[in-house]
Design a protein. Structure first.
Length: 285
């Protein structure tokens, strides 16, 4: 695997490649797990060349402390990427992504920027859009691979590529959430949980699944506010310390309160904290 820290060297390498080669790109912040590797493997299957990036993007962290605490496991990450045959790893530093005098962009993302994750992590999605836009400009991939565990992030990035017309040259591939044998969505944050915490954390997907089943089985209107309250209570009773939200959105990422036609596609999203670790998950209906 080729490893580049400098933008110009990466670009020179990519230019040297046959121009007819398709390039797949997997942006990450490192601390790689099976979920990331599944994205890289999908890209390898579908493209001639796969580029993965590892960059802990300071500007997407609302709290300085979270940035400092973010796990950095570069040596292990390199080994994992090599073991699955990734072609190229880009590991830039903060100064090359945001050189002195660099002006951050402001994206008009609409309401999606301020609800759910956006409400609890002000500025987060502008930070994500800035870095993904910058990385896409550098790597110029044909396909971008994103994991659906971060469903709101997927929708935000899709919108950013639309606003910037990047969608004309890069297709986004959304990939299913990878889970452990108990259903817990894989996340770099799981590394901070005890065995007991990991066991209890499986309650999230169980309660999301229960809510989905309630909606699918309903013959009349479902009061989603009530379902959200009951599910939140259930999460707390299963050992979580707090729940930020348990919410329902339609395809346009609009929050919905009642549902009368259970054929309407929707997604249930939740964020909750256990042992001081904030986890998110979602399920599609
Ligand atoms: O999901 C992540 O790991 C990050 O938000 C991303 C997309 C790599 C941007 O920093």
């Amino acid at each position: 695997m080729k490893i580049f820290e400098q933008i110009d060297l990466l670009k020179a390498y990519l230019n040297e490649q046959n121009q007819n080669k398709s390039v797949g790109f997997v942006p990450t912040m490192g601390a790689l797990h099976e979920g990331h590797l599944a994205l890289v493997e999908k890209s390898i299957q579908e493209n001639d060349l796969t580029v993965c990036s590892i960059f802990v993007n300071k500007i997407q962290f609302t709290f300085e402390e979270d940035f400092a605490k973010y796990p950095r496991t570069l040596e292990e990450d390199i080994q994992l990427l090599e073991s699955i045959g990734c072609n190229c790893l880009f590991v830039p530093n903060q100064d090359s992504i945001y050189p002195e005098g660099y002006t951050l962009k402001a994206y008009n993302l609409g309401d999606i920027e301020y609800v759910l994750e956006g409400l609890y992590r002000p500025g987060h999605f502008q930070g994500v859009c800035n870095v993904v836009h910058r990385l896409l400009d550098i790597v110029q991939p044909h396909q971008l691979y994103l994991g659906l565990k971060d469903y709101q992030q997927c929708k935000v990035i899709e919108k950013m590529t639309h606003l910037t017309s990047l969608d004309k040259r890069v297709a986004i591939k959304f990939c299913e959430t990878i889970r452990n044998e108990d259903g817990l969505a894989l996340s770099s944050r799981n590394k901070r949980l005890s065995m007991n915490g990991l066991n209890k954390a499986t309650a999230l997907i169980k309660i999301l699944t229960k809510a989905k089943e309630r909606i699918l089985a309903a013959e009349n209107d479902v009061d989603l506010t009530l379902l959200s309250q009951e599910s939140t209570q259930n999460i707390l009773e299963n050992g979580f310390d707090s729940v930020d939200y348990f919410a329902f959105v339609n395809e346009n990422f609009e929050l919905i309160q009642t549902i009368s036609n259970n054929n309407q596609p929707l997604t249930i999203l939740t964020a909750a904290t256990i042992e001081g670790v904030r986890l998110i998950d979602n399920i599609k209906i």
